[in-house]
Design a protein around this ligand. Sequence first.
Ligand code: F55
Length: 841
Amino acid sequence: VESSIPEHMREAWRKYSPSGFTTKDQFETEIVRHIETTLARSLFNCDELAAYSGTALAFRDRLIMDWNKTQQRQTFADQKRIYYLSLEFLMGRALDNAMLNVGLKNVAKEGLADLGFRIEDVINQEHDAALGNGGLGRLAACFLDSMASLNYPAWGYGLRYRYGIFKQEIENGYQVEIPDYWLDFNPWEFARHDVTVDVQFYGWVNKYTDDEGKQIVSWQDGEIVTAVAYDVPVPGYGTPTVNNLRLWSSKASSGEFDFSKFNSGEYESAVADQQRAETISAVLYPNDNLERGKELRLKQQYFWCAASLFDIVRRFKKTNRKWSEFPDQVAIQLNDTHPTLAVVELQRILVDKEGLEWQTAWDIVTKTFSYTNHTVLPEALEKWSVPLIQNLLPRHLQIIYEINLSFLQTVERRFPKDRELLGRVSLIEESQPKTVRMAYLAIVGSHKVNGVAELHSDLIKTTIFKDFVRIYGPDKFINVTNGITPRRWLHQANPRLSELIASKLGSYEFLKDLTLLNKLEPFVDDKEFKKEWAEIKYANKVRLAQHILKTTGVSVNPKALFDVQVKRIHEYKRQQLNVFGVIHRYLAIKSLSSEERKKLAPRVTIFGGKAAPGYWMAKTIIHLINKVGEVINNDPDVGDLLKVIFLEDYNVSKAEIIIPASDISEHISTAGTEASGTSNMKFVLNGGLIIGTLDGANIEITREIGEQNVFLFGNLSEDVEDLRHNHFYGDYQVDPELQKVFDLIKSGKFGDEGSFGALIGAITEHGDYYLVSDDFNSYTKTQDLIDETFKNQDEWVTKCITSVARMGFFTSDRCINEYADTIWNIEPLDVAEEKQVRART
Ligand code: F55
């Protein structure tokens, strides 16, 4: 490559290549240098934000060196890479993670103390990278962590949104959305103004036969928007591997964009053109498990797929291999159906640009792609209107039709007598307007399809993708149960617990092999160990209580049972069941004499989570929680027996405070609706117990940690359909205890009877789709059992320790190794030599 330094000069280059700090003094040199030069501040003008910036820049320098080496090593190794395509990466903060991964957090802590700062305050200055909605985006972030920690050559590809998920404020009990502009100072990204891709939209398709009689198809005219790469380093834990997350930002194309307009009195329209281009990557859509078919969203999807595919193909071409080897060099994982256009785009590149035969190209495509499904909820399955695609991506629509035609022909040959099957599995739904079923396109374009927990993977095979199992056979559909990274969700969020575990196991090796936690089990009878365990949980609760006091003004007793439900607000996740249960508990307290009340177990019920801005019912649930809190928290009859807290703006960094402080957390979705859930794993790993339905990963958690350690309740997924059906027959009545709760709400006790009426009506009048009434009795009885169990602290702590010891399965490392073996066919890169060099420094 002509941009590389000539051989005979490389010696000098290497001599001056920076080696990075390792000692406290070196760290202080670096941070002061950055504050005084990079940031142009001084010791008379250095606040906590400047200290954060200086620390981040010092650690960034270290990461960059390993990052560059990793990229060189991976290019040199010239082996298969995995590309993880996700519209969301919910990364949270990077500094703490970077410090722990390079193993120099203590050095930084002491160095910062010398300079007059507390490391916690410095860490808290960082803005979360909140480029995601919830579980799906956070899963992508855990996967990047695991892929780097396991030394897989892996890239993430996403969009660089200017605005991440909105910040949530609560005003008078209502959710208010504030834009999350997060890019003011982001030391973790590197703009690659030289790495750009021009992406085309609209236009028309020209088909003709050339002089040699060959069919030529070309997509012409339309408008061009440029994608600029921004790279984010992704460090692994205890390894020199630093992988790359590439995020695309949109801007007006310099070739296309009419800069002369600026001079010719059309200044305003020139600016408007420019802004239209930038709008593509401006904002993350804030809906989880809901797809609304907006044109701008489709533009985002294609913009990102086209840029990523161009980049991947460009890298492959540098290796001068035959196209048939593409799937041996490239594995592309589709995180849900959002990147499905990448399938069509690769087929277009191979056929229209590279001149491959249709079938040859299609074999390459299907060997390259695989698809992860995250939901069975019908409202979340993507369907794009055919006229919309026709207008925006005319060539892609033709290719989709051609894929469909050849797919349906195969199906017809295999099942000649089944005419209805063709209509059911067609990639095109014959609706008004017609739509493209993106999940079906993703299945047809992939060699493997996976669900994210056992129950969920079984459900997709027997319900939404049943016909495809008949067509392709069962082996194409597999399960890979989700996992979480123990680095962030144990070591970083709960350092004292991590340290206590390490002291018993003799090392921190469990952070790289979580199954080692099973060595904790013999210590369940160790009195001293149990005491320390309980002290750590208590300290975490004190910390959360301080946060609650500071942010809500409500004082809670850290000795009370902390009951937590934090996740996106959604009817299927049933926060309404929880708050109805709280009101039921309130009624019970009120009915007792003050003597009887003394026997009750005090409880703090904590909620957190965002509602999609257009999801009116979810917003009503938030409002009810806040109003119920106002009444209960100020009722002198109740006192410490019950407090109800809604924590504003739940996000990754808040989760790191909340999760380690929980005694019991709630994972109470209607059976069959929550694909997996991942916070359930985080809570148990931090020594909290869970109350849950037999849904998603709750089932596998129960299998691993033992039934006696989980509070299960509610109907089974196999019975849900019949129960729903029953709601419309006979004289259907809701649970009598739940009716009392409804009566109190309707009495106006919590204000706003009008909108709360709709919440009640969904259950009493509109079929109770989520089975709140069916599960109510089982739920409250199980809550009573929790109260009883919590009274015996010794027994409780035993359950917690036993559970943690059995959580090894749920590391995202196991999960990534399963993807690597069963889907990607890819090996980790050997970094043994680098590791030795590293061990010496
Ligand atoms: C975001 C946008 C759209 Cl259009 C659809 C869905 C989402 C989204 O955020 N989904 C999501 O978070 N799904 C969750 O994925 C987790 C990881 O697999 C699961 O644990 C969880 O059950 C599922 O709801």
